[in-house]
Design a protein around this ligand. Structure first.
Ligand code: HEM
Length: 151
């Protein structure tokens, strides 16, 4: 991925391994989307869980499934850090294109990224150093610009 140093790649891989080892993709993915709706309440209206309370979101099966799929694509990007063009750009472009019909706007991506970083910080704890945060910001910006280019 352009702009990433070897140290960035190492810290992304170690922190993502810690996230994956900390719980199920369903639970972690769901918590990212609950955080996203807290930061961007209007975005919840674009999802099948539109109008549901926080308590209901915590057990909503569809939101959990969606969270797990979100996690899969972050994993695709992490696995493709050494060859983003070959391994991750294609799947993320197709994913962005599938968001066209869902009402997703470029403006939604900023808060979605903040939500991802907030959950990473809370799960990874002290290992989520300023250098880790910078590296994750670069990775998320690349993912979101790839997806937005296909919107
Ligand atoms: C890095 C950013 C994102 C990733 C990796 C991502 C990933 C996904 C994935 C994997 C799906 C499942 C369906 C499919 O594969 O096409 C999905 C569905 C969806 N995404 Fe995203 N997404 C992202 C950002 C957003 C944003 C910013 C919004 C804006 C509100 C959004 C709205 C939706 C909606 C409404 C669905 C359908 C959900 C459902 O029917 O349960 N996504 N997303």
């Amino acid at each position: 991925m352009a702009g990433l140093s070897g140290a960035d790649i190492a810290v992304i891989r170690s922190t993502w391994a810690k996230v994956q080892g900390s719980g199920s993709a369903t639970d972690i993915g769901r918590s990212i989307f609950i955080k996203f709706f807290e930061l961007d309440p209007a975005a919840q209206n674009e999802f099948p869980c539109k109008g549901e309370s926080l308590a209901a979101l915590k057990t909503n099966v569809l939101l959990g499934q969606h969270g797990a799929k979100f996690m899969e694509y972050i994993t695709t990007a992490v696995n493709g850090l050494d060859d983003y063009a070959g391994k991750a750009h294609g799947p993320l472009t197709e994913l962005g294109s599938r968001h066209k019909t869902r009402g997703t706007t470029p403006a939604n991506f900023g808060k979605a990224g903040e939500a991802l970083l907030a959950i990473l910080a809370s799960v990874v704890g002290g290992d989520f150093t300023p250098a880790a945060k910078d590296a994750w910001t670069k990775v998320y910006n690349t993912i979101s610009s790839t997806m937005q280019a296909a919107l």
